[in-house]
Design a protein around this ligand. Sequence first.
Ligand code: ZN
Length: 275
Amino acid sequence: MPELPEVETVRKTLKKLVLHKTIESISVFWPKIIKNPVEVEQFTDALKGETILDVGRRGKFLILYTNQFAMVSHLRMEGKYGLHSKEEPFDKHTHVIFHFTDGTELRYRDVRKFGTMHLYKKGEEFLKPPLIELGPEPFSKEFTEEYLAEKLKKTNRKIKPALLDQKLFVGLGNIYVDEALFRSGIHPERIASTLNKNEISILHREIVATLSEAVKKGGSTIRSYVNSQGEIGMFQLELYAYGRKGEECKRCGTPLEKTTVGGRGTHYCPSCQKL
Ligand code: ZN
C-alpha cells in the first residue's frame, strides 16, 4: 500500500506526464470507483474539454486540477496510473481511461478495485469528504510538537493506532509508523497519553525525518519510476523495522519481533523499544 512518500513520488511523476493535456473523453469500465458525482455520466461530462493544470496531494490522496474541477484520487492498495498511446492494448484491470486530445491516454489500473475518485468544483474539494476529515500535513506549520502532545494527551489508545489515525495528522501508514516508532525507541503498544514531553519531542522529530527522507529519496530517483508497462511505480526507503521480523536490529543486534497491534502487523525491537 502506498504511503505519503510514495504518493508524493507518484504526484511529481504524474504531473510531468499529464500537465497541460486536454481531456477529450473518459471511459469508465468500473463505475464503483467514481464516488462523486453519483452518476458516472456527470463525472465524464464535467471533465470533457478540461485541461490538466496541476497535480496536488493531500495525505495519501492525489488531486488532479483542471480548469474548473479538482479530482481527488486515492490509490488504496493497488491503484496505478500510467500514460499510454491509444494504440496500446489494455487489460481487464484497467478501469478508467482519460483520453487526451493529443492521442495519449491516462489509464487507471487497479487489480483490487479499492481505489476511489471524487470530483468537485475547484475549492470545494477540501470542504467535502474524503479530504475534510484529514488532519494537518506532517510538513505543515500546524504539525508542531505542541500539537502532537495536545492530541496524544487526550487519547487512551495505543500509540501505533493513534498515529495511524489520519484525523490526527496525515501521512503515516503501517510501514512508516513502525519506522518512526523504532527510530524513537517507543514501543508500539504504549498508551499514547503516557508519553512524556521528551518522548513526544523525539517522536515528532522522527516522524518528520522518516517521511521527509523517504520523499527526498523518491524525488531523486524519479525517472526510474515509470516501469516498462508505462506505469508509475513506488519507491521505498531502506527500512529499520518494517518487514524485518527475526532479522538483527540495526542499532543493538537483537532479533526484531512481529506482533499485531490494532489489527495491523507490527515490527519492533524488544530491546530498543521497551514497554
Ligand atoms: Zn534494538
